[in-house]
Design a protein around this ligand. Sequence first.
Ligand code: KG4
Ligand code: ZN
Length: 390
Amino acid sequence: MRILAIETSCDETGIAVLENSSEHTVTILGNALASQVELHAKYGGVFPALAKRAHAEKITLLIQEALDQAELLEAGEKAEEGVENTLSFLNEKESMLKEHISPFLTYYKKPALDYIAVTVGPGLEPALWVGVNTAKALSKIWNIPVIPINHMEGHVVTAAFQKINESSFVLSPLDAPLLSLLVSGGHTELVLSEKLGSYKKIGQTRDDAVGEAFDKVARLLGLPYPGGPAVSKLAKEWREGEESRLFELPRPMLHSGNYDFSFSGIKTAVLYTTRDLGHEMTDREKRALAGEFENAAIEVLVKKTLDAVDEYAVQTIIVGGGVAGNTYLRAELNEKATKKYPEIRVLFPEQWLATDNAVMIGMAAMLQVFSGEIKTSALQDLKADGNLSL
Ligand code: KG4
Ligand code: ZN
């Protein structure tokens, strides 16, 4: 079984080709990713209209690249007019996508693929639509069914797959209940599951997502977008330098007695701290503030996760989303969870799969293949939904 996966929910355009080589095992045959980080860096955040344009400009080349890596690309010219007619639905809203993808689909033969998996939400709707319309175009021309995928499920499933080698991963049975801590630029959620594929949200952020807070704090410290890795690097220097705690930030909702989060308060406290200094922040102060911020944010995430482990007798913790790449979160959660619950498993994605990519969308689709319940969608029902929930 071979799947072509498409991801365009935010500022990464991703295409991957996955194969289930043997039972519960996937091999990545092709993986192409284009980041828009530089495009958005000067604004300190992602602009939906710019993101859409960049996805539409790059996606065809990435499809070609991923299929080429997978050795599935074969020339074989089709009638140009037939392709043009089939893709006429792209004329108005996706003219740039059509301009690039029409010649590609005219020139190359249908590759040996069984399904197309595409992120339909949550995310930036204009960006999501590029992926959805690309999936429709490929599906119409190649006559391959489409599996719609929730981006957040992609993050969960990716962490659950265990690495065998550089390109192969296995999904071994996990002890339930499972608890997923989903931490990205748009989401901060705790989700409970009896098995992968069924999810119950038990808490979420009431305002900013934790990744968003990292990005905003980075801006206040004069660091580049996306801010997570940059803030974390300074925090690490502060911790390792054994420098003193110059600032004190709040731990919002630490003792709220539920599983909700709030990160806008810490961000505002960082803003006031920088303003009240009355002078340009020194490098030492920047390190201390980054360190205190990371400590505060991670402390709240770890405490709430462990509270939920306790209440629901959780056996497996899964961490997904861009912030799952944070080394301090990885160390703290691993240490605190296994100290208190020696039997528990804590699963993180590989670093290179933590931030957005298409491999994770292909893995979520493979989960359906493994369970024998493949949920394809009729093309007329295939829609982007920016607020899609797990
Ligand atoms: O999952 P993701 O790639 O995109 C969304 O679905 O939002 O997550 C991106 C977010 C950004 O806010 C970025 O600053 C944050 O993840 N991030 C990190 C780290 N790496 C990425 N935050 C903290 N520490 C990191 N190492
Ligand atoms: Zn994401």
